[in-house]
Design a protein around this ligand. Structure first.
Ligand code: SAM
Ligand code: SF4
Length: 493
């Protein structure tokens, strides 16, 4: 099939029209702007009522979200931050999940103004990983660094089509690398890719992906239209907006939504994300498993990344994390290595649940010998390139346990089931057990002596907590823990 035929057959409008109301999608720009203008944040009683809704792990309305976005009072802001952290602890305890992105290709038929992979950037090196190259990447990621979770990132191009996606995911799952005490293996592949049609999403479901992640980039229609040129696939706002609704129809019930902050007003984008969560809850009964809020980073031949009129300041960025944690309290929240070390370290205290580590975003970047970031081979430049070991040391020193748990989707704890478990704080019980087992694996297989030494007291404390809070399973748990210490791998609850 030639490339134009491929493009022309890609979007199936009939797969989203059923969700429209009078031809319109659920983002009403004027209404959102009006809510941001009209919900002033003066009423203390309303503030308390809103925080009470968040604490009961219910999604906030758009009016309540707008109210929180407008809070400027220092005491109220401080209360919002402490409530955000308390909610994170209630739902996710002291765990932080780590992963790495793997870029499978740099070809793309789109022309997004902010992206180094855009079709018109003739300076970028284009490459798609072969199966052999994928194996080499996994040998480093799973065999040397010790990652168990990846997010596989794809451009939109016939070379990167659904068959390539399925084969590459299968190739990732098939690699097993011997380590000093056990073996390394990727156990969960999440996917960040273009919106797909239901028949292709079914294939992703069948190959066993974790989260299907697509960022709307900007929820503001006019800005979206400007940054994604007419005539390109990505110009179709609704095709993108409803891809999680389609994913659900295809059997995928683990959604990752996100916005690229810096393209339009940050308050509008937060409202868009919450509106997205509410619409998913309304139509398919479950909201997003994760929310991402990347800020735009410099990208080669993409001047808008340096001159956007909507750059988000650090203070506003930290505030938007807090508001999102309060507005969609059950959702996982991802911060990436796009951000600086300083901002990432501050964000752990505001409700973040997942982050990447030892990140390389060049295609083939993990097995290449280069250590410098290369602007011509990357989609954008990173802010924090610290290794997994360095991050784990930081987490352990702050009493946070690094979890490599991938049990959830393999035990069917996804979709509606996980939403209920998260809302009632039950998921934490399984997760604590799996966090301890998988952290033990990582310490024995990959940690240096220093990291191990500083993390052992944390593990001891966690085991003690399991004993107190979950006595019914303690015997079974400690038996799995001892087996893990003896070299058995991938035991989970
Ligand atoms: N091609 C697919 C798509 O556009 O949905 C997925 C891959 S794209 C490589 C992943 C995400 O990177 C995009 O959704 C966008 O939010 C983000 N991104 C693109 N350019 C960026 C930049 N300059 N800075 C930060 N993030 C960027
Ligand atoms: Fe292609 Fe995605 Fe980059 Fe847009 S953001 S140019 S769709 S890789």
């Amino acid at each position: 099939m030639n490339i134009n035929d491929w493009i022309n057959n890609r979007i199936k409008p009939e797969q989203y029209t059923e969700y429209l109301a009078n031809g319109k999608d659920f983002i009403n720009d004027e209404l959102i702007e009006d809510k941001i203008r009209s919900n002033n944040a003066k009423d203390r009683r309303r503030f308390d009522e809103i925080l009470a809704i968040s604490k009961s792990i219910q999604t906030l309305s758009l009016d309540d979200t707008a109210f929180l976005l407008n809070v400027e009072d220092r005491d109220m802001l401080s209360e919002m931050r402490s409530t955000a952290l308390a909610i994170k602890k209630k739902v996710y305890d002291n765990r932080i999940v780590t992963f790495a992105p793997i870029y499978l290709g740099s070809y793309c038929v789109n022309n997004c103004a902010y992206c180094g992979f855009k079709k018109d950037n003739s300076a970028v090196r284009r490459h798609i990983l072969t199966e052999e190259e994928i194996v080499h990447e996994i040998e480093v990621l799973a065999g040397k660094i010790g990652h168990k979770r990846l997010i596989a990132v794809y451009g939109e191009h016939p070379k990167n089509d659904i068959d390539y996606m399925v084969n590459s995911i299968r190739a990732i799952y098939n690699v097993k690398v011997k380590t000093k005490n056990g073996y390394g293996q990727i156990r969960r592949v999440n996917v960040n890719a273009a919106p797909l049609a239901i028949e292709n999403l079914k294939k992703l479901h069948e190959v066993g992906i974790g989260t299907y992640q697509v960022f709307q980039e900007t929820y503001h229609h006019e800005t979206y239209d400007k940054l994604h040129p007419k005539g390109t696939l990505k110009n179709d706002y609704k095709w993108r907006l409803y891809c999680m609704h389609r994913a659900f129809q295809a059997g995928i019930d683990d959604f990752g939504i996100g916005a690229l902050f810096g393209l339009y007003d940050w308050k509008f984008e937060v409202m868009g994300l919450v509106a997205h969560a509410l619409d998913l809850e309304k139509h398919v009964g479950i909201g997003p498993h994760t929310i991402s809020f990347p800020r735009i980073e410099p990208a080669f031949n993409s001047p808008i990344t340096q001159s956007s009129g909507h750059k988000v300041t650090d203070d506003d960025f930290l505030k938007l994390i807090v508001v999102l944690r309060l507005a969609v309290p059950y959702s996982g929240m991802i911060i990436t290595a796009r951000e600086s070390e300083d901002i990432r370290s501050k964000s752990w205290l505001l409700g973040i649940t997942q982050t990447d580590a030892s990140t390389r975003i060049g295609v083939g970047g993990y097995s290449e010998k280069v250590t410098e970031q290369q602007d011509k081979g990357q989609q954008f430049l990173l802010g924090d390139t610290r290794s997994l070991t360095e991050l784990i040391r930081e987490f352990s020193s702050k009493g946070m346990i690094t979890s490599f748990c991938t049990a959830g989707y393999r035990c069917g704890r996804t979709g509606e089931c996980i939403m209920d478990l998260l809302r009632t704080g039950q998921e934490g019980k399984f997760c604590k057990l799996n966090a301890v087992l998988t952290f033990r694996e990582w310490l024995d297989d990959f940690a240096d002596e220093e990291t191990k030494k500083m993390s052992e007291p944390l593990i001891e404390k966690e085991i003690e907590e399991v004993k107190m809070s979950n006595p019914g399973v303690f015997e079974q748990f400690i038996s799995a823990y001892d087996k893990t210490k003896d070299g058995q791998r991938d035991l989970y609850f």
